[in-house]
Design a protein around this ligand. Sequence first.
Ligand code: FAD
Length: 343
Amino acid sequence: MFVLKIVNNENLKQYNTFGINTIAEYSVRLEDESNVAETIEFAKSRSLKTLILGGGSNLLFTQKDFNGLVIAIRNSGIETIEEDSTSVLVKVKAGHDWDNFVEQTVLMGYSGHENLSLIPGLTGAAPIQNIGAYGQELQNICEMVEYFDTEKMKGKIILNRECSFGYRTSIFKESIKGKFIITAVYFRLQKGFVPKTAYGSISEKLSKMGVTKPTPVDLRNAVISIRKEKLPDPKVTGNAGSFFKNPVVKIEKLKILQETFTDIPYYPATEGYVKLSAGWLIEKCGFKGKREGNTGTAPGHALVICNFGEATGEEIISFAYKIKDSVFNKFTVEIEPEVNIIT
Ligand SMILES: Cc1cc2nc3c(=O)[nH]c(=O)nc-3n(C[C@H](O)[C@H](O)[C@H](O)COP(=O)(O)OP(=O)(O)OC[C@H]3O[C@@H](n4cnc5c(N)ncnc54)[C@H](O)[C@@H]3O)c2cc1C
């Protein structure tokens, strides 16, 4: 019989990449998805608030304590479900390290996900904000998502088209928010290879590497090298990657902004809308590399808020709101956190 191993008063500092000290009233590691129901029943029977924890790389604890049960998803494994001459369908358990999955399968010669190399965190969290980087998004390779519905208390599988994927969003951040635990994600990976090299400095990096006909491994190495140059390593300086999402505004709004800010960068979005660069807006407000006590933005990256010492979640969130207000006052554009704020 499965016995829940509940830990009392665990410090979650090493389980969140911001490195915030937060004490979980109760915590449990879920190493087998078959124990999800019992874990949720336990929480319900005691009216405990729950927090599902992956790698902790996209959340900010703002309180000293988390009063409730933290459920750390730690089931792991990759399984080939079907294979044909052009592709494979693989099932990856939610607690499997994302980049380990990318590395293992790229080394097997499969492609489609190499541009998403080195994104921190676990696979179960990846569909939630439809992770994306270097011109690729999870929605282009994800075939279905398996989750446990914590309201109806049963497992479900939903297909890609039912996931309402969008820029840094999905059904998991919208209509079913807070009512699910993702237990596995299925990916369709390709045996052939069409490299995506148009985004950012990928082609430049490949030519510096002396690569003219890249393989998936070459592209992965190029992405890893660029990311290591650009982003602060959370093991050294606490952070959660981009703190804010790029705001999406109507084309009419862009035209108004262009009257004053002639060089404002923008990118295509859905019809009638454009995506602005949150990093550019923040930089123009003077926040690039700005420090305030133990927090501030990364010297080379205005969009990344860091914990430079023993910052509390409260300090970080109040600095983030200062940035948000400043951007609104200068551009009348709302920027929203990409990071999940835990209260
Ligand atoms: C240096 C750095 C660079 C980054 N670069 C990128 C990037 O290029 N692109 C990008 O998209 N993101 C990026 N991120 C953000 C982050 O890595 C991703 O969002 C990642 O998918 C989060 O995974 P996680 O396991 O750490 O999630 P967590 O932070 O643990 O959780 C995130 C949210 O998902 C919920 N959750 C987690 N797992 C489950 C589950 N199994 N079931 C239900 N709910 C769950 C949590 O409750 C929380 O609300 C970066 C972060 C860092 C620190």
